[in-house]
Write a protein that binds this ligand. Structure first.
Ligand code: PGA
Length: 262
C-alpha cells in the first residue's frame, strides 16, 4: 500500500545559531525553497532552533507567511513553578510551536533523561496540543549486545505508555552511533528498525495512528544519502543535525525527490 503520510524533514540546530543568525538562516531557507518552487504540502519542513531564537523565528514566519514549521528542542515535564532553566509546553504553545523534540540521545546521555522523564515530557507536550517528536535509538554497545531494534523499541514503548489511542506523534529513530559520526545507518538498517517502531505505535496508539504516524530516520543524513532512506516504506522523513545548519545542503535534503532515482 502506498503511504499517505506527508514526509517531514526536520532540522535540529542543537546549540547553534543565535536569534540574529536564526533570522538570516530562515529567510535564506525560505528564499531558496521558494526559488525552487518547493511544495510544502508534498514534503513538510520544520526547524528546531534554540529556545532563545524561537520568538524571532515565529515572528518572521508569521510576518512573511512562510510555510515552515518550527518547535523546541526539549520541553519540561512540569507545567510551571520552581524549575530553574526549564521551558514549559505552555510557553512553546504560546509561540505557536507545532512540534517539540523529546528524548534526543544528547538529552538522554548528558542530562540523564530516563524513559520515565521522556514519557512525562511527551504527556506534557500532548496535553498542550504540541506534537512530540519522540527520539529513540541504540548506542553501539546496545547494538552489539541486543541488536538494533531492542533498545529503540523499548524506549518507544515507554514513551508512548498511557497515551490515548490515536494520539498524534512523530517518531525519530536515531542510532546514537550514527549521530554526528558521518557514518549513517544503511537504508535497510533504518527500515528494519522503523518497521519495528511502527509495530510499537500500533500496539500503543492503534492501527489508524500506526498508519498515520511519521517515523523519521536521523544520524548523519546528507543530501547524498537522503533519497535512499526515503525509498524505504517505513521511513517518512529525516531528523537532520549537522547538515541542517547549511541552507543549501538542508534545502537539497528537503528536495530529495529531485535527486536521481526517486
Ligand atoms: P547529525 O545529527 O545529522 O549531525 O548526525 C542528527 C541528530 O542528532 O538529530
Amino acid at each position: 500500500m502506498v503511504s499517505t503520510r506527508t514526509p517531514l524533514i526536520a532540522g535540529n540546530w542543537k546549540m547553534n545559531l543565535d536569534h540574529l543568525q536564526a533570522i538570516a538562516f530562515v529567510q535564506k531557507l525560505a528564499w531558496t525553497l521558494g526559488d525552487a518552487k518547493h511544495d510544502f504540502g508534498d514534503v513538510e519542513v520544520a526547524v528546531f532552533p534554540p529556545f532563545t531564537d524561537l520568538r524571532s523565528v515565529q515572528t518572521l514566519i508569521a510576518a512573511d507567511k512562510l510555510e515552515l514549521a518550527y518547535g523546541g528542542q526539549d520541553v519540561s515535564a512540569h507545567e510551571s513553578g520552581a524549575y530553574t532553566g526549564e521551558i514549559s509546553a505552555s510557553f512553546l504553545k504560546a509561540l505557536d510551536a507545532g512540534y517539540v523534540l523529546i528524548g534526543h540521545s544528547e538529552r538522554r546521555q548528558y542530562h540523564a533523561e530516563s524513559d520515565e522523564i521522556v514519557a512525562a515530557k511527551v504527556k506534557a507536550a500532548v496535553g498542550k496540543g504540541i506534537v512530540p517528536i519522540v527520539c529513540v535509538g541504540e548506542t553501539s554497545d546496545d547494538l552489539e549486545k541486543h541488536g538494533a531494534s531492542a533498545v529503540p523499541v523499548s524506549q518507544l514503548r515507554a514513551a508512548l505508555d498511557g497515551l490515548p489511542k490515536g494520539t498524534d506523534v512523530v517518531v525519530a529513530y536515531e542510532p546514537v552511533w550514527a549521530i554526528g559520526s558521518g557514518q549513517a545507518a544503511t537504508a535497510e538498517q533504518a527500515e528494519q528498525v522503523c518497521a519495528a517502531l511502527r509495530e510499537v505505535v500500533k500496539e500503543s496508539l492503534g492501527d489508524d495512528a500506526a498508519a498515520a504516524t511519521r517515523i523519521l530516520y536521523g544520524g548523519s543524513v546528507k543530501s547524498g544519502n537522503i533519497a535512499g532512506f526515503m525509498r524505504e516504506p517505513n521511513v517518512d522523513g529525516a531528523l537532520v543535525g549537522g547538515a541542517s545548519l547549511d541552507v543549501d545542503e538542508f534545502a537539497a535534503i528537503v528536495r530529495y525527490k529531485k535527486h536521481v532515482g526517486v
